[in-house]
Design a protein around this ligand. Structure first.
Ligand code: ZN
Ligand code: ZN
Ligand code: ZN
Length: 179
């Protein structure tokens, strides 16, 4: 299994994530004979500003915050499309938003854990899940082309306060039984 869940939900030097994403993108583009144009690079950087998936509109807004000239929405959408096709970013269908892929260029199936409280999303690819899905598809004679699983819940950071609720007291009876 590969995942970035540890990093995604803990405070860290996020600039390293951005730098890593850009250099991975450069390598991948080179190997695919594609060009990481300035706009594509900027969109990737905006998406990697956090681990919370961003909608296309928000991406365009953020992009325009940091630049003098107005970048038109279709330009942003084309860049998003390019990055998605290359597997540098993934679309989170349930949020209609995009997040950076932490392991681009590797063969993996998408499985996302999305925190309903902070909005942070982590990606993971688990062989066990992949083989179950492949097996089900095979039995149904369904030709599997892509897979994207999204699960919602609370990340390690956001579940802390809920854990502090008082634990129910153990009944007295069990105490004496143990002696
Ligand atoms: Zn980060
Ligand atoms: Zn990925
Ligand atoms: Zn969270």
């Amino acid at each position: 299994m590969i995942t970035n869940s540890r990093l995604a939900y803990q405070s860290h030097d996020h600039q390293r994530c951005i730098n890593a994403a850009v250099s991975q993108a450069e390598v991948l583009c080179k190997s695919r004979n594609a060009r990481l144009t300035p706009i594509r690079r900027d969109v990737l950087k905006v998406i990697w500003q956090s681990h919370q998936p961003l909608g296309a509109y928000a991406i365009a807004e953020k992009l325009n915050e940091s630049t003098e000239r107005r970048i038109l929405a279709p330009t942003v959408y084309r860049a998003i499309e390019f990055l998605t096709e290359l597997g540098l970013i993934h679309r989170i269908a349930s949020l209609n938003a995009y997040m950076g892929c932490p392991f681009p260029g590797s063969e993996h199936s998408d499985f996302f854990m999305i925190c309903r409280k902070c909005g942070g999303a982590a990606e993971c690819s688990a062989e066990g899940i992949n083989s179950v899905i492949a097996d089900i598809a095979r039995r149904a004679n369904f030709q599997l082309e892509s897979q994207s699983l999204e699960i919602s819940g609370l990340c390690s950071q956001c579940q802390e306060p809920e854990r502090q609720e008082p634990e129910p007291q153990e009944p007295e009876r069990q105490e004496s039984e143990r002696q």
